[in-house]
Design a protein around this ligand. Sequence first.
Ligand code: OGA
Ligand code: ZN
Length: 379
Amino acid sequence: MSNKYTAKKIKKKKDYLSIIWNDDFESKFHFLWLRDNCPTAIHPTANMRVFNILTVSKNIFPKKINIEKNKLYIDWSEGNHKSIFNLKWLRDHCYTEINKQNYKSPYIFWNGKLKSNLNKIKFNHDKVLKDDNYLKKWLEFLHSYGFVIIKKSPIKKKSGFKIINRISHHRETFFGTPFEVINIPKPNNTAYTAQALRNHTDLPYFEYAPGYQFLHCLVNNATGGKSSVVDGFAVADYLRKNEKDVFRLLTETYVKFKDTDYTQKAIRILHSPIITLNKNNDFNDIRFSMAAMGTIDVNPKKMKKFYEAYQFFASLLQSNKFKINFRLEAGDIFCFNNRRVLHGRTEFDPNSGNRHLQGYYIERDEILARLNYFNNLSV
Ligand code: OGA
Ligand code: ZN
């Protein structure tokens, strides 16, 4: 057992036990926390807490403590209860230490220069299906870069499910799964035309917009229809560092997103900032779609400034500094974090050939949960 997991000294303080470990680190474990995390509190197979916090008082304390070998023994003041903790478990869950650690963002930002190194984010379809280590690597790239292309997948309709199911299940929406990205008469969405689509995130009018999108290219031999992709977090980071007022406006102003698809008996409206942050001030998500933007209804005092910020952000999202243009080939699956990475396409000529993509959504939760599993994360 390494030094780190051996206790040198234990002391009972007013509200907590202090353990000084052999590496001289001091952990504080509060009484209620210890009682709540007694190993007997957890169901042995369901792995869920069966202990009810209401069965003890807030004044509970250890009557007797004792460390022997690699275990801590506690006799509690209430309920005639005894707990036995593995010291390794305590050190691994030491919240004194966890709270001392600096936050490290999982995201690797990229810009237009990634184009010269695109092989880095290309993955082979069959290897993702067969090899767990390779699957893990693919998931790591999805999480850190938010953009990956799977090559050499079959061009059979609906075969994208195999890749989705390698992670877990898809996220359903009213578009169905997969949704058919093909030009149709009387389109209910501009994606189902042959027109260009400016860089956007999908479905920004959902309170919980789909986390990832996989666009599976079955055929793409029409003239035009080139894809574009841009790291929205990288652009937002540029604003945070260089255009503080623009950044503030885009993180604080609630704008309206909407969908009034004529095939649906639903009107979807959501007010949200375009850029949101998480508790660590890291990026949470980007919602951006000129097409799905409602009629903006911010305070007249703020409208001019907001529009300038919005337009500036839009210009960076379309700029060569940040975006990458590439051509999807039959058998490619273009996978991206839909709440970070924006995608688009140029216009195509439907009379010159065929273009057909099938789209799938999957939640960010599913990618993260699989990564946690592969990383053996203890919680
Ligand atoms: C979409 C979309 C891009 C494309 O269906 O949401 O943006 O290349 N499609 O057709
Ligand atoms: Zn889209």
